[in-house]
Design a protein around this ligand. Structure first.
Ligand code: KIV
Ligand code: ZN
Length: 535
């Protein structure tokens, strides 16, 4: 390990809203971005990369709003990404300047592959561009981060030369991207150590070296940890590891590795780890990107012990097969907490223990929903409560509300669904449809009411707790067919999985309607504003 970095604090730079949002299919509207940014600030991240302001006016507006509302003096640094292009840098500054602690992150390729085939630039030209643009960015903003893109496949001496120029021009964070996830942990650690050692100005305590790794070979977390071990003091990460292609390094894995193996790394972060599960669910619900059950830290099975020999050990002593306590990441044991006779006070206290601070109105609605579920399901666990609350708090604005449904299915006759929705005009709309199965029939009936052409891309269902009366949780992703092909996620939880499926589809359609300003296009191609049968 390099002897340079004396600080043991690792800055957590979250890029869920930028690199994470570049995941195929993960698109977030501005309200969702805002909520995620608020949750990231509460989690304790040091930097939020809120977006790429030059990408679109919507991106610029979202970054600006986050800078204004989350970028408080005691809050995180708010960062905007920019290519080494004057216009991008101006747009990034236009958006982040409202934060108490603004940052511009500018990048330029350093690999010969990128310079030759993508940028059509010589090495010398790229050095000159980096110099000019870092200087320009620094003339606007006091905090500049520079990334030599594709550093992982670049000539190390050239990367060092580019970083030295960035330091000379005022960058204080040098981020080293393994853009295509090509490196191994050993190599990446050596690259960071090499850069600290050989870059003029690189050992100055005011300079932060940063790790930015992609997961194409499944080594992003290992590479980031190797970089930190070698002296880097910033990790660029996303919640659930979402990001371009196979994703970025996941925040929860790096943070929990540093916590759990503090004896080895001797490093710490400011993250409140108890919030990890909650924010993971929030990001999964909003992006529609389901977390695989065996995902480290936040997967549904991360703390389940299945094999008899493991269960036996666990019952004798928890340390036999457990290296972290589930509570440390906000997973409460699936103990029985509430039932249908539980009162409002006990409900409120339990929610507070789980980290939910609700307004009176939210509490009233959550309690009503809890009673409905408790009528069908005898024991309500913490996991059930979390699903009920995610549904309520992380759902989109309800343009259409589910007011009732009836489904018949089985081997005789066609699966048929009747759906009753309340529209934005307060009227009720009822439609029936047949389908290849009960869920298909429901979705067809909903489609007859809401004319917002879309295609179902993904449908996943899981049981939140064990047992025949388990609460089912459905996540869907749909794609709008109005020319933009935007995707929208939806989430629903209910003891009846067909009802959960209808709720999930409706919440995705509501997101689509909110994002398109309530405008849809009828299947015939005719423009319409939320058309309903009977109009
Ligand atoms: O992976 C990458 O190279 C990036 C840069 C823009 C930092 O995301
Ligand atoms: Zn990246």
């Amino acid at each position: 390990m390099s002897a340079v970095s004396v600080s043991t604090h690792v800055r957590i730079f979250d890029t869920t809203l930028r690199d994470g949002e570049q995941s195929p299919g993960a698109s977030l509207n501005s309200a969702e971005k805002m909520e995620i940014a608020v949750a990231l600030a509460a989690l304790g991240v040091d930097v939020i990369e809120a977006g790429f302001p030059a990408a679109s006016p919507d991106d610029l507006a979202a970054v600006k709003r986050i800078a204004q509302e989350v970028g408080k003096p005691d809050g995180p640094i708010i960062c905007g990404l920019a290519r080494c292009v004057r216009g991008d840098i101006e747009k990034a500054w236009e958006a982040v300047q409202y934060a108490a602690k603004p940052r511009i992150h500018t990048f330029l390729s350093s690999s010969d592959i990128h310079l030759k085939y993508q940028m059509n630039m010589t090495r010398e030209e790229a050095l000159e561009r980096a110099r000019e643009m870092v200087r320009f960015a620094r003339s606007l903003c006091p905090d500049i981060e520079f990334s030599p893109m594709d550093a992982g496949r670049s000539d190390w001496a050239y990367v060092s030369q580019m970083c030295a120029i960035a330091i000379e021009e005022g960058a204080t964070t040098l981020n080293i991207p393994d853009t295509v996830g090509y490196m191994t942990p050993d190599e990446y650690g050596k690259l960071i150590a090499y850069l600290i050692e050989n870059t003029p100005g690189g050992k100055d305590p005011a300079i932060f070296w940063s790790c930015h790794c992609h997961d194409d070979l499944g080594m992003a977390t290992a590479n980031t940890l190797a970089g930190l071990h070698a002296g880097a003091r910033q990790a660029e990460v996303t919640i659930n590891g979402i990001g371009e292609r196979a994703g970025n390094t996941s925040l929860e894995e790096v943070v929990m590795a540093l916590n759990t193996r503090s004896g080895f790394y001797g490093l710490e972060t400011a993250i409140d780890t108890k919030q990890l599960t909650r924010i993971s669910r929030m990001v999964a619900n909003y992006t529609g990107m389901v977390v695989q059950p065996n995902k480290a830290i936040v997967g549904a099975n991360a703390f389940s012990h299945e094999a008899g020999i493991h269960q036996d050990g666990q019952l004798k002593h928890q340390s036999t097969y457990e290296i972290m306590r589930p509570e440390s990441v906000g997973v409460s044991e699936s103990r029985l907490v509430l039932g249908k006779h539980s009162g409002r006070h006990a409900f409120k206290v339990r929610l507070r223990d789980l980290g939910f601070e609700l307004s009176e109105d939210e509490l009233r609605r959550a309690f009503e929903r809890f009673k409905e579920v408790a009528d069908k399901k005898k024991h309500i666990t913490d996991a059930d409560l979390q699903a009920i609350l995610s549904d309520q708090l992380q759902g989109p604005v309800e343009v259409f509300k589910l007011r009732g449904m009836q489904v018949t299915c089985g081997q005789i006759g066609m699966p048929t669904a009747t759906i009753k929705l309340e529209g934005p005009d307060g009227k009720e709309y009822i439609e029936a449809a047949i389908g290849t199965g009960p869920v298909d029939a429901c979705y067809s009936a909903i489609d007859k009411i809401i004319k917002a052409p879309s295609r179902l891309l993904e449908f996943s269902v899981r049981a939140i707790t064990e047992g025949i009366d388990a609460l089912g949780e459905v996540t869907v992703r749909i794609c709008s067919l109005d020319g933009e092909y935007q995707t929208y996620g939806g989430h629903g939880a209910d003891p009846d999985i067909v009802v959960a499926s209808a709720k999930a589809y409706l919440s995705a359609l509501n997101r689509l309607l909110v994002a398109t300003g309530g405008a849809g296009v009828t299947p015939e191609g005719e423009s319409a504003t939320i058309r309903m049968t009977g109009d």
